[in-house]
Design a protein around this ligand. Structure first.
Ligand SMILES: *Cc1c(COP(=O)(O)O)cnc(C)c1O
Length: 380
């Protein structure tokens, strides 16, 4: 199926918006193909939970489907519903599993729960018996994260009962707790526990690796890999060069450029006093748009940087809900004026660089972007 998603726009018009978020669907497709090649002969799916990591479920999913992806993971049933509307034939798994009373909706949408507890398995099994259909589902085993999934003992019991089930497990999976830290000893342990347990489900494809597993642990690929963050250009493996192409660019509108005198302070709380006479660019985005308060600056702490007229300039003072301030004193006066843009992500500033200033990770940057930007989808 081919769909034209080349230069669609969502959200307000760029002239009215506080910023322009540019999402490179070509880079998303290229990243997925790159990951698929690295994972071969394992098959490659795509994790598109949380609105395609904040970038827009439908355009992201169509770009991935056009690149050849046919298996997708979301977290919740409503995400699966929106994905099903975009992709009528894809295989769709719901990672958070089966909530009580929702089995009928799963069947109607032809999407599969990832079952990670006895109550879910019992409910899905009873529903399949009632329907008289071997409804498919994935089985989730917890190999050391203590989040979702059957314990190893429960998984063994289930494997022994395979022939008695009314539903049809078509994937057995687990999830890494520390794959982003390749040297962490829990990785090897989880791989070996999963190897042993998945083998008990003979004939059922196995899946363990997220992005970091795919990139850093070749022995974790099994039959299907489940990358998320790497598709979106984020860094999956801490402390290593990120081989993926950047996907997002965030340009914030400059509302005014103002003079301020040495010793005046900028913004709420007066947290940062100016050390010299300065020029300050006020931009139309803030923490309601995913520019975390924690990336602001104070007298004792530097904040994030933005690029204005080709120069790196520091954020100054606290980030407000809808506004932030950038010190543009070092940009020639003629080069920055009302209506220009400041680049918060892009041109060498990655989502992970930005996230680091807030003590967080690129995943949280992407999923916090908010809905107020003009979103431009290019390269589809
Ligand atoms: C989110 C998620 C993934 C994808 O993880 P990334 O680190 O983004 O690649 C894979 N599997 C499960 C179970 C997940 O929750």
């Amino acid at each position: 199926m081919k769909a034209d998603v080349s230069t669609a726009r969502t959200g307000p018009a760029a002239e009215e918006a506080g910023g322009v978020l540019t999402i490179d669907l070509g880079a998303i497709a290229a990243n997925w193909r790159d990951l698929k090649a690295r994972a071969a002969p394992a098959r490659c799916s795509a994790v598109v939970k949380a609105d395609g990591y904040g970038l827009g479920l439908k355009p992201v999913a169509l770009a991935l489907a056009n690149a050849g992806c046919d298996t997708f993971f979301v977290a919740l049933l409503d995400e699966a519903r929106r994905l099903r509307a975009a992709l009528p034939t894809a295989t769709i798994y719901v990672l958070d599993g089966l909530m009580p009373g929702t089995a009928g909706e799963f069947r109607k949408l032809r999407v599969e729960p990832v079952l990670g507890s006895w109550p879910e398995i019992d409910e899905w099994d009873a529903f399949a018996r009632e329907c008289g259909e071997p409804l498919p589902a994935a089985i989730h085993i917890d190999t050391g994260m203590v989040r979702l999934g059957l314990t190893p003992q429960e998984a063994q019991v289930l494997a022994e009962r395979m022939r008695l089930l009314n539903f049809k497990p078509n994937l057995v999976m687990s999830h890494f707790a520390c794959a982003d830290e390749p040297k962490h000893p829990l990785n090897a342990k989880q791989i070996s526990v999963f190897r042993e347990l998945s083998a008990l489900f003979s004939g059922v494809p196995a899946s363990l690796a997220n992005s970091a597993g795919l990139l850093a642990h070749k022995n974790s690929h099994f039959d299907l890999v489940r990358p998320g963050i790497s598709i979106y250009g984020g860094c999956a493996v801490t402390g290593e060069d990120n081989p993926m192409r950047p996907v997002v660019r965030l340009d914030l509108r400059i509302l005014q450029v103002r003079q301020a005198a040495k010793d005046e302070s900028v913004g709420y709380g007066a947290t940062q006093a100016l050390r010299r006479d300065s020029r300050i660019a006020i931009c139309a985005a803030g923490y309601a748009d995913g520019v975390f308060r924690a990336v602001g600056s104070s007298d004792s702490r530097n904040g994030a940087e933005a690029i204005v007229a080709g120069r790196r300039c520091p954020l100054v003072g606290r980030v407000s809900m809808d506004l932030l301030a950038i010190d543009v004193t070092d940009v020639p006066e003629a080069d920055v004026k009302r209506g220009d843009f400041a680049t918060l992500v892009g041109d060498g500033i990655s989502v992970d660089d930005f996230a680091a200033h807030a003590g967080t990770i690129g995943y949280e940057t992407l999923t916090s972007l908010g809905q107020r930007y003009a979103r431009i989808y290019c390269g589809g």
